[in-house]
Write a protein that binds this ligand. Structure first.
Ligand code: F6P
Length: 560
């Protein structure tokens, strides 16, 4: 295992610390003194136009950040990932989500740990596509001979957030008359509500779980199976015998997993299961077979276009020099904000209602990846790591939390994502509504950068204490990500952009961005506490005083 590098021990870190000492951001002057700033800090990334000019960065800082990437070996780590080295040290695994989107016939073929990675990826993609086409065309039928009208994906975390997000983002491309729904929470409300108006005879369940051990997913899958059996039996479509039930599952359940043996144990025919591999992290898996619901609703072609979008960004990261490498520069800017300017969170603000689940998706991607306190070799980190990612689509957020970004005391770097063309070109009389929407995106990034001085407020006739309240300091950093339209390819590019931003930050910090031990303890304790919730007094007694008291409250108030 390569020893991790302590970023704070590099000369670039010392340089950045010194620059921080005298740092006085002034976007107004920077733009006034450098008429080319907007062009110089705008970088192309496949179909995306990424404007970094409204960030709190000078040429000097940008160069020092690039040196930090060099001295912490970001490019070398990326190369190690692409080559299949086991950079996920704590699980001794390769990290190869980038292999999921290599084009068919890529040369030289990728072979890792004896596995023909490209061939395996293409083989699953082909069977997934063929299955999706069967469902879309109506060749695949339910047990009563009816076509599938609804696909219900049962999964959680990476087996849910990506497919949900993409399904919403690309909804205008769903052209087969098949609706996708997503059940994730073990709160029984989720399954109950999502199936309430469905007909079992026309519903196909996809049980999606990398490990096929996740409590929530397996519980929901059993509930869904019981719902299917009961519904079909009540309609007289099947009997209560095992053979009828097995037949129903064969027509209405498929699975996506790396553990095909456990899929079979659950009763799903391995012929109806789609595999992936342990080198795909859950939060990096939307472009694996986990994308099955997308291949069904959008079609395999659209799914492949999305994969091509991912790949274009992978290639950019691999080939562009660090200073023109968009994900690297965005990751480095985040390091600057977190470690030198004290930012604790990062807002992602899509000006596209279709991307309303994108911030939630990014929360798992970024926070499960970089929420770490030790480096990949076990040494404690010497500086802050992962920031909180959050956000909501504009303009909704403008009327909720933007106040704090504009005038609060905290620094919150924000990414604005917008598209020149709308999915639905509606007009309000003479007005193009999308144009009005985009005017808001431009206005917000402008207000955050340049603010409003007291003199400007006074010039409008405001006097007294109101002047201070109406003054905007400006110098609130933003990145604007603009694209022609939200197509499958552009969405793939956006997701890959954030994957590689996350990678860059993790590489600088020296953490393993590909494990998630922090979620394990809670899972174990939930299993230990479950008997106490169910009434086992000894199990309750074994708990700490606070948990015991909460259990007592629960038993006193549960109306059963
Ligand atoms: O929350 C932990 C986690 O392991 C995630 O990393 C993962 O995406 C999720 O649980 C679901 O896991 P699985 O796909 O194995 O059911």
């Amino acid at each position: 295992m390569t020893a991790s590098i302590d970023p704070t021990a590099t000369s670039a870190w010392a340089e950045l610390s010194a620059l921080r000492e005298t740092f006085a951001p002034d976007l107004r002057s920077w733009f006034a003194e450098d008429p080319d700033r907007a062009e110089r800090f705008a970088l192309p990334l496949a179909d995306l136009h990424v404007d970094l000019s409204k960030n709190l960065v000078t040429d000097e800082i940008a160069s020092a950040l690039v040196r930090l990437a060099e001295q912490t070996g970001v490019a070398e780590r990326y190369a190690a990932m692409l080559a299949g080295e086991h950079i996920n040290t704590t699980e001794d695994r390769a990290v190869l989500h980038t292999a999921l989107r290599r084009p068919a016939g890529a040369s030289p073929a990728l072979v890792v740990d004896g596995q023909q990675v490209d061939a395996d990826v293409q083989s699953v993609l082909e069977s997934l596509s063929a299955f999706a086409e069967r469902v879309r065309s109506g060749e695949w039928l339910g047990v009563t001979g009816k076509r599938v009208t609804h696909v219900v994906n049962i999964g959680i975390g990476g087996s849910d957030l990506g497919p949900v997000m993409v399904s919403e983002a690309l909804a205008p491309y769903a052209d087969a008359g098949i609706e996708a729904r997503f059940v994730s929470n073990i709160d029984p409300t989720d399954l109950a509500q999502k199936t309430a108006d469905l007909d079992p005879a026309t519903t196909l369940f996809i049980v999606a779980s990398k490990t096929f051990t996740t409590l929530e997913t397996l519980t929901n899958a059993r509930l869904a199976r019981a719902w299917l059996w009961e519904g079909l039996a009540a309609a007289g479509a099947i009997g209560q015998d095992d053979a009828s039930r097995t037949g129903a599952v064969a027509h209405h359940f498929v699975a996506v997993s790396t553990a095909l043996d456990r899929v079979a144990e659950f009763g799903i025919d391995p012929d109806n299961a789609f595999g992936f591999w342990d080198w795909v992290g859950g939060r990096y898996s939307v472009d694996s077979a986990i994308g099955l619901p997308l291949a069904i609703t959008l079609g395999p072609e659209r799914f492949r276009e999305m994969l091509a979008g991912f790949h274009a960004v992978d290639e950019h990261v691999r080939t562009e020099p660090l200073e023109r490498n968009v994900p690297v520069m965005m990751g480095l800017l985040n390091v600057w904000y977190v470690n030198f300017l004290g930012a604790q969170s990062h807002a992602v603000l899509p000006y596209a209602q279709q991307l309303h689940r994108f911030p939630a998706y990014l929360q798992q991607l970024t926070m499960e990846s970089n929420g770490k306190s030790v480096r990949w070799d076990g040494a404690p980190v010497s500086t802050d790591t992962g920031e909180v990612f959050w956000g909501e689509p504009g303009t909704n957020g403008q009327h909720a939390f933007y106040q704090l970004i504009h005038q609060g005391t905290r620094l919150i770097p924000a990414d604005f994502i917008a598209f020149a063309n709308p999915a639905y070109p509606l007009r309000d009389g003479d007005r193009d509504v999308h144009g009005l929407f985009l005017a808001n995106f431009l206005a917000q990034t402008k207000a955050l950068a340049f603010g409003k001085t007291a003199a400007e407020v006074e010039a409008e006739g405001t006097t007294g204490p109101l002047v201070a309240a109406r003054t905007f300091a400006g110098n609130r950093p933003t990145t604007s990500i603009f694209a022609p339209s939200l197509t499958p390819a552009v969405l793939g590019q956006l997701i890959a952009l954030y994957e590689h931003i996350t990678f860059t930050q993790g590489a600088v910090w020296g953490v393993n961005s590909f494990d998630q031990w922090g979620v394990e303890l809670g899972k174990q304790l939930a299993l230990q506490i479950a008997p106490a919730v169910e009434g086992d007094e000894a199990a309750a007694e074994a708990q700490d005083p606070s948990t015991r008291a909460l259990l007592a409250y629960y038993h006193a108030h549960r109306a059963v």
